[in-house]
Design a protein. Structure first.
Length: 155
């Protein structure tokens, strides 16, 4: 009895479908960017310091907590307590990914020193050049990023 061979077109179609499915899963972002050596939100910087000091301060392993699937680090106990009491106030928008990248339908890491507090919300950017672009039309980028963000995160 002759063994029936698989149809190469069907095999290719199945292969491409599986590859497409897996690549879309692989490209989904975690709800909070936790990059850098620290594997912590905002690369280990204190999110509260942006609001209270107007600049980023490095967090400490001594003052950490888990929130929304990520480790958050704080420069002191008071900032940890402020964040714990109201994380939505201090959590950066779009999971702490580069807000400009999200506005353009993708995700990118950030450099903590390139930030904007706008309408009492924290936005982070990838680099100085991206930050400069972001500043030129924040409102349009925020609107676009708000529309793009739900489709980018791993739910």
């Amino acid at each position: 009895m002759k063994k029936k061979s698989a149809n190469p077109i069907k095999l290719l179609t199945v292969f491409l479908a599986v590859t497409l499915l897996l690549s879309s899963i692989a490209n989904a972002a975690k709800p909070v960017y936790s990059g850098g050596r620290e594997r912590a939100a905002i690369r280990g910087f204190d999110p509260v310091s942006y609001f209270t000091e107007g600049q980023p301060r490095k967090g400490s392993e001594e003052f950490t907590l888990k929130h929304n699937g990520a480790k958050w680090m704080f420069s002191n106990k008071e900032n940890l307590e402020k964040f714990s009491a109201n994380p939505e106030k201090y959590t950066p928008q779009f999971g702490g990914y580069c807000a400009y990248a999200v506005a353009n339908g993708s995700t990118a890491s950030i450099k903590p020193e390139f930030f904007t507090i706008y309408n009492d919300k924290l936005y982070l950017n990838y680099s100085r050049s991206v930050y400069k672009k972001w500043l030129k039309d924040k409102d349009a980028y925020i609107k676009s990023a708000s529309q793009e963000w739900p489709s980018l995160i791993d739910k």
